[in-house]
Design a protein around this ligand. Sequence first.
Ligand code: ADP
Ligand code: MG
Length: 251
Amino acid sequence: MTERYARPEARIAAGDAMVTARGLVRDYESGGSVVHALRGIDMDVARGELLAVRGRSGSGKTTLLNLLGGLDQPTAGTVQVDGTQISGMSEDAAAHVRRNTIAFVFQTFGLIPILSAAENVEVPLRLVGADPRERDARVGELLELVGLAERAKHRPHELSGGEQQRVSIARALANRPRLLLADEPTGQLDSETGQRIMLLIRNVVRAEGVTAVVATHDPIMLDVADRVIELLDGELVTPTAVASGRVPRGD
Ligand code: ADP
Ligand code: MG
């Protein structure tokens, strides 16, 4: 293999970040040509930080989130989440880390249509074999947290888009992930609903002590995030992407 594909040794940075990415490259080969979706990303996310990743469509946001969450593997470079190197892991090992440490929220909500709101939130708890009583308590607590206690028995098609996204946020938090990755979570919502969802994400990040990375063009997130970084054609244009700790918001 050429040195382009060499993986540096796993080493946890002194800053003890929740996420550390070094030299991340992702090339996609399609129809005989190569798309350089990420061209060498170095970034840290501090514990408890709410980081927004902005950048126009095609700039590499989804590719970056997928790599940080172990849904995809880099062409080169490393990703560590909570001290574990997930780049280069087997699919099974990555799935294990995802189940226990990382949660995703997508633009399209991804709820199971035949299940109620409460049952959707319950799914990840069933997957890890949580005790039924603890499971019920956690589901109730989460629906309360996202303001949907009254809608617990409704199915997704009986809920508005904003409500469906609230359910998917509650579901993402069910197993107390360390890292929440949200890919354009307000992309299908009107701006007022989107604003409420972004504020909700900020509140749950604080309430649950989770670290979050949110890809978005939504201007409200630029206000509620602790820090904003910007991707342009697969490169970070923000010089402060690697930070040793919480960055002051400067306001
Ligand atoms: P964003 O989320 O910011 O819109 P993406 O990460 O989806 O950006 O895409 C970055 C670049 O990689 C784009 O040029 C896109 O067309 C390309 N790309 C993404 N996924 C694939 C894929 N599976 N195969 C080929 N090219 C891809
Ligand atoms: Mg995207």
